[in-house]
Design a protein around this ligand. Structure first.
Ligand SMILES: NC(=O)c1ccc[n+]([C@@H]2O[C@H](COP(=O)([O-])OP(=O)(O)OC[C@H]3O[C@@H](n4cnc5c(N)ncnc54)[C@H](OP(=O)(O)O)[C@@H]3O)[C@@H](O)[C@H]2O)c1
Length: 213
């Protein structure tokens, strides 16, 4: 395959949009996976290439000309467990399998902090944590070079460029979506996925230090 190109699954989401804007200002070549004409128009106005794809339908074609994948899709808190299973779990599993079939070079998964222990989460979040845990385990068991990012509670604060990767030492339970977007870009720019799982909260360590360590 020639040029590097990153497919963004969940591109029109809050993290997805922040990541795409940041990627547009970088050297990274991206393709936004969208699921409506309005979303396609939004990215076309920005000059971002896009492809139609729905995690609940056929979307594997979206990975065809890509070397890297970012998965930052999610059904959101307003939908029920059924959508969590279809999108956050099954959509993620199918994305990983499509990536494996195409020899994707780096799969960056936006997961969730402490999803390895779903029963420790509040009851209403447990099914979501199970979905994230199983998706992460599927990725870890695959031969795909990958990075798993596990943000805490997401906020819409301005980007600080600084994070904490040790929840035991963190002074907050949250991280700004803009900082997560910055981490995704830095993970991709720092080269191939080396199978790291990185917990993310706002903090005092420069993001570049985390990924170039
Ligand atoms: N909320 C938190 O505190 C928290 C904490 C840790 C991790 N996370 C994770 O962070 C990630 C993104 O967060 P966010 O705030 O950016 O979420 P968001 O704004 O809700 O974005 C989610 C994206 O997923 C897309 N999506 C949903 N169903 C889909 C489907 N069937 N096919 C294709 N795309 C689909 C949505 O598409 P539409 O735009 O078309 O709706 C949207 O673009 C998720 O993976 C979430 O699990 C969240």
């Amino acid at each position: 395959m020639g040029q590097k190109r990153t497919l963004v699954i969940g591109a029109h989401g809050k993290i997805g949009q922040l990541f795409c804007e940041r990627a547009q200002r970088s050297e990274l070549s991206i393709c936004a996976m969208v699921r409506s004409a309005e979303q396609r128009e939004y990215f076309e106005r920005l000059g971002t290439p896009c492809v139609m794809g729905d995690l609940e339908a056929d979307f594997a074609h979206a990975l065809d000309d890509c070397t890297d994948v970012v998965f930052t899709a999610g059904s959101g808190g307003h939908t029920g467990a059924e959508k969590t299973i279809l999108v956050d779990l099954y959509g993620a599993l199918r994305s990983i399998e499509a990536a494996e079939e195409r020899g994707i070079e780096h799969f960056v998964m936006v997961s969730a902090l402490r999803c390895e222990a779903p029963l420790s989460a509040p009851p209403g979040l447990r099914h979501y944590m199970v979905a994230k845990k199983l998706a992460d385990e599927h990725l870890m068991a695959s031969p795909l070079p990958h990075t798993i990012l596990r943000p805490g509670l997401l906020s819409d604060e301005a980007p600080s460029g600084m994070v904490c990767t040790d929840p035991g030492r963190a002074t907050t339970r949250s991280i700004s979506r803009a900082n997560v977007a910055h981490c995704i870009l830095t993970a991709l720019e720092s080269g191939g996925g080396n199978g790291r799982t990185i917990d993310l909260l706002d903090g005092a360590t420069p993001i570049t230090e985390v990924f170039h360590a």
